[in-house]
Design a protein around this ligand. Structure first.
Ligand code: LLP
Length: 439
């Protein structure tokens, strides 16, 4: 089976260059750190395009919508638009970003369990292709908004298929305690309302998302089978022909040596095969299929550079080495105990290594980026390269401790372009207001 970049620890262009520094996209990481300062998010364009192409080749009949929540910036959106991808969006901010970056709004799907009046309004005004309706409240709200505009809203029904995913294993349950989507037993009532009362809603199909950082491809087979089964049942009961299924995102990536995510080609085979089998089994025309990968498209392409600062040896304990970033630019280790792999980007004279714990700079004991990693003996000023930070790092970053968010650069064939500016001290106070009586 052909390997794909989500199965790699590092961007596909990663090399050691002639001065023994690490290079990505033809750019020396030490030079990038010098030019743009640290912490710095670096994105490798070749890795992104390669993965997008692998998705298109492995799943030629499938519509691929990038889950913007993994990383949403204007330049990245432009790259994915040029690759022909659509987008899964979950807020006005994501809708606005992809719209301004030139996405074909018909290829955009709006998800979320509590979309506001303003967001649904914006989605209809911007011509978002599909709205995945999540609950009874939203059906009524969207119908009212669509009616007021004299428009039809094109919708999917998000359902909870009763598949519980714990990343490396999954179970099927009758009901799932989830805040997202309609329970399997609520679908009929929703369809009845759409057909009889909500005359400004046009139902095209079903949507489900079963989890994230998934390694087991057979989960998609069960999901597709459940969705096809529901389509066939609804046809028999209501005579409606639903022609689309969206199976969500979830394919995993390799954060550390231990992770063994499947190839996109393996996922492609299982999806194609299951769709054929399940549509035959339920005797329905094969539905058009949509997927929404986020992490697997962007994670491997991204690394974060930090500068090593202070260090501390706890007597009879660990050695802590601190970096100039941490939980505000990458909250995943403190939120989910996520593991990361890192290397020193600059060449080191010494072969001596040591076991260190990489501490973040934020005022919280839990701000530890990597717990115990073997690295060449570190010195102040060394540049640490943390791999696989493309997804859910910048998109979940905060200004905790009133620290400016880092810049992001796109690298390709020796060129680096700034695609997100580093925040300034002025940016940090730009939204503050001092009431007159305090002046
Ligand atoms: N579609 C829907 C409806 C989703 O809720 C998600 C992710 C995706 C697609 C994309 O899933 P992906 O392919 O990226 O696994 N912040 C967490 C991940 C939360 C994922 C939420 N939903 C993390 O950092 O691991």
């Amino acid at each position: 089976m052909q390997t794909t970049a989500n199965q790699f620890l590092k961007p596909i262009t990663t090399k050691i260059n002639h001065v023994n520094n690490i290079e990505i996209g033809g750019c020396d990481l030490v030079e990038l750190a010098d030019k743009y300062a640290t912490p710095l998010y670096v994105l490798d364009e070749k890795t992104i395009r390669q993965i997008a192409n692998d998705y298109k080749t492995a799943l030629p009949e499938v519509n691929i919508m990038f889950a913007s929540k993994a990383l949403c910036t204007s330049a990245l959106t432009k790259i994915l638009v040029s690759e022909g991808l659509g987008f899964d969006v979950v807020s006005s901010g994501e809708i606005y970003t992809v719209y301004k970056a030139g996405a074909d709004m018909r290829k955009v799907l709006f998800n979320g369990n509590n979309k506001s009046f303003d967001e649904l309004n914006l989605a209809l005004d911007f011509g978002v292709g599909r709205i995945s309706t999540d609950n009874f409240y939203e059906l009524a709200l969207l119908n009212t908004i669509a009616q007021s505009k004299n428009k039809m809203a094109d919708i999917l029904l998000r359902i909870t298929p009763g598949i519980e995913c714990h990343t490396h294993e999954y179970i099927q349950t009758g009901h799932l305690d989830s805040k997202f989507g309609f329970d399997l037993t609520q679908i009929d009532e929703a369809v009845e309302l759409i057909l009889n009362e909500y005359t400004n809603l046009k139902l095209h199909g079903l949507h489900a998302h079963i989890g994230s950082q998934i390694f087991e491809t057979s989960i998609y087979k069960d999901e597709i089978d459940i969705l096809c089964g529901v389509i066939s049942r609804l046809d028999k009961k209501f005579g409606i022909k639903l022609e689309e299924i969206n199976i969500g995102g979830g394919l995993g990536v390799k954060y550390t040596e231990k992770d063994e995510p499947p190839s996109i080609y393996e996922v492609g085979e299982i999806i194609t095969d299951s769709l054929k089998k399940s549509s035959e089994k339920y005797n329905i025309p094969s539905p058009k299929i949509f997927i929404e990968p986020g992490r697997s498209i962007i994670s491997t392409a991204g690394v974060t550079l930090y500068t090593i600062g202070s260090s501390k040896q706890v007597p009879h304990g660990k050695k802590y080495v601190s970096i100039d970033g941490g939980m505000a630019d990458n909250p995943r280790p403190s939120l989910y105990q996520a593991k990361y792999y890192a290397e020193i980007a600059n060449s080191k004279e010494t072969n001596q290594t040591e076991k260190v714990t990489i501490g973040g700079r934020y005022c919280e004991s839990g701000d530890v980026l990597i717990n115990e990693i073997e690295l060449p003996k570190l010195e102040e000023g060394d540049i640490l390269c943390v791999y696989n930070t493309g997804a859910y790092n910048y998109s979940m970053a905060s200004n905790y401790n009133r620290v400016q968010k880092p810049a992001m650069v796109l690298v390709n064939e020796g060129n680096s372009d700034l695609i997100v500016k580093r925040e300034t001290l002025e940016d940090l106070i730009a939204h503050d207001i001092i009431p007159d009586r305090l002046k």
